[in-house]
Write a protein that binds this ligand. Structure first.
Ligand code: SAM
Ligand code: SF4
Length: 334
């Protein structure tokens, strides 16, 4: 094994998130515009290249791999990639292989994910109301996702629901979403909406529902006990005393979480982003395409990690959007 990846702020990089496609079968209003232009297929890393670069990262100390997108499960042949990563789980080099999905393809793929060694997945779902679901995802259909959740749990996957907190949209479903998760033995995490991408006139400040407010609302009905648990990422957790449920909060805007950051993100074209909220990036595709797993690729990865910034600059506090990123979440992978 190669020596571990340590950034300039002495943070060990042990978590890689990979966006395997920028395409999606949904068009969530906070994530994509209705008429997205997607990357030409030739720009995408092939499944073999994805395998090579992930294997290199694992050899350099990455212990957790999350596959995301766009919608990762719409990429053709992606189950073959998951099956390839199984060898790293079996050898003990990788501790966890996981995926973030909109759930639309789970009915089809849940058993194969389990066979590949995936144990837990995140499913994004912002509302339990069919009409609202169609409105927020534009192209999604709730019953399909609910069948996907059934299939995932039947296959033995542990499910966490990711809910984007949206002002005037799902405020009234706070308790029903929490109760839904309790009744199905799923964890739940709320996410503050982030200023990613130009979405053609969507009002972001109007969309922003601070999790401080959400948390206070939750505390009207439940006793919230702070948990020490940290994932090295932006999530903070509480337990609800009355039900024993775990609830997570991802608060990039009202709370800074960068000091314990252990992750980097790679896009489907092999660009490595060192921070979700900064433009620092490095192209790994050229080294990968020219040399495969090689000293050149490893040097490119180390040089990139050396550029990892201390933190991001998102800021809504002055009622204008500070630190807004021009790229879409589906590009970097959420
Ligand atoms: N398609 C998959 C899904 O929806 O789970 C994976 C990719 S999606 C970009 C990953 C996560 O990012 C989802 O939970 C989604 O809700 C979240 N997301 C997308 N745009 C966002 C934004 N502007 N602010 C906060 N979260 C966002
Ligand atoms: Fe697709 Fe996920 Fe973005 Fe929604 S959040 S448009 S499901 S990539």
């Amino acid at each position: 094994m190669d020596s571990p990846l340590i950034d300039p702020f002495q943070r060990a990089i042990t978590y890689l998130r990979v966006s395997v496609t920028d395409r999606c079968d949904f068009r969530c209003v906070y994530c994509m515009s209705e008429n997205m232009t997607f990357l030409p297929k030739r720009d995408l890393l092939t499944l073999e290249e994805l395998d090579t670069v992930c294997t290199t990262f694992i050899d350099m100390g990455v212990k957790k791999l999350r596959i995301t997108g766009g919608e990762p499960l719409v990429r053709k042949g992606i189950m073959g990639f998951f099956e390839g990563m199984t060898r790293h789980l079996e050898s003990g080099a990788l501790n966890e292989l996981t995926v973030t999905t909109n759930g639309s393809q789970l009915e089809r793929f849940a058993p194969q994910l389990v066979a590949a060694g995936v144990k837990r997945i995140n499913v994004s779902l912002d509302t339990l109301d069919e009409e609202k679901f169609a409105r927020v995802t534009r192209w999604g259909r709730l019953p399909q996702v609910l069948r996907g959740l059934d299939a995932a749990q039947a296959a033995g996957l542990r499910v966490k629901l990711n809910v984007v907190a949206l002002k005037g949209f799902n405020e009234d479903e706070l308790f029903s979403l929490v109760e839904f998760c309790k009744s199905r033995d799923m964890d739940i995490t709320f996410i503050e909406v982030m200023p990613m991408g130009d979405l053609g006139g969507e009002d972001r400040i109007g969309q922003y529902w601070s999790l401080k407010e959400l948390r206070a609302r939750l505390a009207e009905q439940y006793t919230l006990i702070d948990l020490a648990e940290r994932s090295g990422g932006p999530a903070r957790y509480v337990a609800l005393q009355e039900t024993g449920q775990k609830v997570g909060f991802i608060t990039p805007l009202s709370h800074n979480f960068c000091e314990s950051c252990n992750r980097v993100r790679m896009t489907c074209t092999g660009e490595l982003f060192m921070c979700l909220g900064q433009e620092d990036r490095a192209d790994l595709r050229e080294a990968l395409r020219t040399h495969g797993d090689s000293p050149e690729l490893r040097a490119a990865i180390r040089a990139a990690i050396n550029l990892k910034p201390e933190g991001h600059d998102f800021d809504y506090s002055r009622q204008e959007i500070g630190g807004q990123m021009s790229r879409h979440m589906s590009h970097t992978g959420g």
